[in-house]
Design a binder for this molecule. Structure first.
Ligand code: XMP
Length: 608
């Protein structure tokens, strides 16, 4: 029987479900996403089925499942993470809550895999780096499933059915940090599902311009531009697709932007002939007033998103623009949507991105929004920017979030000292030449496809120097083995005992934002001077109300990533970090400087 040469991806609510289709697109394999309730018969023409990850446990009372007839269709099936656990359960295995495994893990294929020349792991080494995000795990397999791979914390990291084409992977082959993930997915599609190479065109400028012209028929576009890569590329695309008089850009100066942002944006737009289409609106006082006294990250994010919509409406009125004839343009990319809870109602809310607040969702429902990049990821947007002729200084620049410095300026009502770590954890750390405390400071993480809001562990060396390899091991182990913390930071300086650190109440003020802006500028300039900016994907600089005396701390968060969906902390030279730290401590009000040594997962890139 012939099939349609496509893969069906069943969305079980995972953060990376859409990323599976993007990876398949990278090697020209077409795919379609379906909800879990899709009847097996609907998929009977497909060449293969992939079950995505998801935030639930397979034993939850409302756990998502699939039509069991799928298992009898004789179509190859691959389950990923939750999908892997669900397949094991449906086939008679057992799953249970274990210690977590988040971010980096070392995968070892079993001898059965190697001897049997298993097609899924074809052309991949027997030991490889994979990225994990799970707390539940398979603890027993039915006899017809055999284990293909393990990790230190997971006895069944991959399985295959003995007689049917059914496979499971506990790790995520679709994320960029899984070293041979693309190859494993391609192996599934080509060798197991038998899909030949097709000509699936990459999304390019021409195709997107055509879509913009169709979506904006009879209307013009009023674009919210932030100066970042996404909104500038999206605005430039609209400028290419439509006559210039039908495109207006609005840059809202929220007072939460980095130093020099407005000037850079003007220069970048001039390169594509759009500088004169830009309007600037100073709303810094409004944003600061609205954020006064606000502590919780989600509350801040909702306020900021709402203000952007209100200001845009006010600006349209003042410019005499009739909303009936105009669409609101935004540079939203796919990670913004999925992190904000996605569109299907199945994914967890990790953090509300400014372009996905309730007010924007309502405008989308009314058909009043145009988002040319909504299906794309950051690396694809950069590629488009280059194709459009935008300057490399823009296309290669570190991403900066819409809510700006507000979500890097941590706030609290607490007043207390750092707490000692539990005895067993401290004893383990002492063996590693490291001491630590728990900071009474909470940050956002993404663990097992769900949001966490947990404490931070701070570490410092107790005797011998500690290298990055050890720090990576320590931060992974600490977050995997306890549910207290989702982030670990390392004290760069001053080298004083961490037991002396305490937290003091703080909220967003003009002075704190200005202090953070200066710190951010110092860090950016130092990394650029060292000619190392291109070695880091993004470098958030965070102001935290913790310190040894009356001052606060700066936390450096350099990360490596491809698309922002997963990340590893970047290992910059210690000499550079030490000199940045010394320079930051010259700022009045800065007491200490830390380095964030957590991957994503378990932590997110931004702290809030
Ligand atoms: P996290 O912190 O969730 O972020 O790992 C992934 C990427 O998204 C950026 N980010 C945002 N970008 N509006 C944006 O335009 C937002 O509200 C927002 N929140 C996070 C973040 O900087 C990182 O690159």
């Amino acid at each position: 029987m012939t099939n349609n040469g496509r893969i069906a991806v069943v969305d079980l609510g995972g953060q990376y479900c859409h990323l599976i289709t993007r990876r398949l697109r990278d090697f020209a394999i077409p795919s379609d996403i379906f909800p879990p309730a899709v009847p097996a018969q609907t998929l009977s023409d497909y060449a293969g089925v992939i079950l995505s990850g998801g935030p639930q446990s397979v034993y939850d009372s409302d756990a998502l499942t699939v039509d069991q007839d799928l298992l009898n269709l004789r179509i190859p099936i691959l389950g990923i993470c939750y999908g892997h656990q669900l397949l094991a359960k449906l086939l008679g295995g057992q799953v249970s809550r274990q210690n977590g495994e988040y971010g980096f893990a070392q995968l070892r294929t079993t001898s059965a895999t190697r001897q049997g020349e298993n097609l899924l792991f074809r052309h991949t080494p027997s030991v490889q780096q994979v990225w994990m995000s799970h707390a539940d795990a398979i603890v027993s397999l039915p006899s017809e499933l055999m284990t293909l791979a393990t990790t230190d914390r997971c006895t069944c990291a991959a399985f295959a059915h003995a007689s049917k084409s059914i496979y499971g992977l506990q790790f995520h082959p679709e994320v960029a940090h899984t070293e041979f993930g693309s190859r494993i997915l391609e192996n599934f599609a080509r060798y197991i599902c038998g899909i030949g190479a097709k000509d699936t065109p990459n999304i390019r400028v021409g195709i997107l311009c055509e879509r913009i012209r169709q979506a904006a028929t009879g209307r013009s576009v009023f674009f919210l531009v932030s100066g970042g890569v996404d909104s500038t590329v999206a605005f430039a695309l609209c400028g290419r697709a439509l006559p210039k008089e039908r495109v207006v850009g609005l840059y809202v100066d929220s007072g939460l932007m980095r130093q020099g942002e407005t000037e850079e944006l003007r220069a970048n737009l001039a390169a594509v002939g759009l500088a004169e289409r830009l309007r600037i609106w100073d709303a810094s006082a409004v944003f600061l007033k609205a954020l006064e006294g606000k502590i919780e990250p989600e509350e801040k994010r909702q306020i900021i998103g709402r203000l952007f919509v209100e200001i845009q409406a006010e600006a349209m009125k003042q410019f005499g623009i009739n909303p009936e004839h105009w669409l609101l343009g935004q540079g939203t990319i796919y990670p913004d949507t999925i992190e904000s809870g996605g569109d299907s109602g199945r994914a967890a809310l990790i953090k509300t991105h400014h372009n996905r607040c309730d007010e924007i969702r309502e405008l989308i429902r009314q058909g009043k929004v145009i988002e040319p990049l909504a299906e794309l990821y950051k690396d694809e947007v950069r590629e488009l920017g280059r194709e459009l002729g935008l300057p490399p200084k823009l296309t290669d620049r570190w991403p900066f979030p819409g809510p700006g410095l507000a979500i890097r300026c941590l706030c609290t009502r607490e007043q207390r000292a750092a707490a000692p770590l539990a005895k067993e954890i401290s004893a383990g750390l002492a063996g590693q030449g490291v001491q630590g405390v728990v900071l009474p400071l909470r940050t956002v993480g993404v663990q097992g496809d769900a949001r966490t809001y947990r404490m931070v562990i701070a570490l410092q060396p107790s005797e011998q120097p500690v290298d990055y390899q050890r720090l990576r091991y320590l931060s992974s182990t600490l977050c995997n083995e306890n549910t207290l913390a989702n982030r670990v930071i390392w004290l760069i300086s001053p080298l004083r005992p961490l037991s002396g650190v305490s937290i003091t109440p703080a909220t967003i003020t003009r002075q704190r934002i200005e202090l953070l802006r200066q710190a951010d500028f110092i860090v950016r300039s130092a990394v650029e001077r060292a000619n190392l900016a291109h070695t880091v994907w993004q470098f958030p600089v965070v102001l935290a109300p913790i310190g040894f005396e009356s001052g606060e701390s700066i936390i450096l968060r350099p990360v490596n990533s491809v698309d922002g969906m997963t990340a590893s902390f970047a290992a910059l030279p210690w000499s550079l970090l030490n000199s940045i730290s010394a320079r930051l401590q010259e700022l009045t009000g800065i007491d200490a400087v830390f380095l964030d040594i957590t991957n994503k997962p378990p932590a997110t890139i931004e702290w809030e």
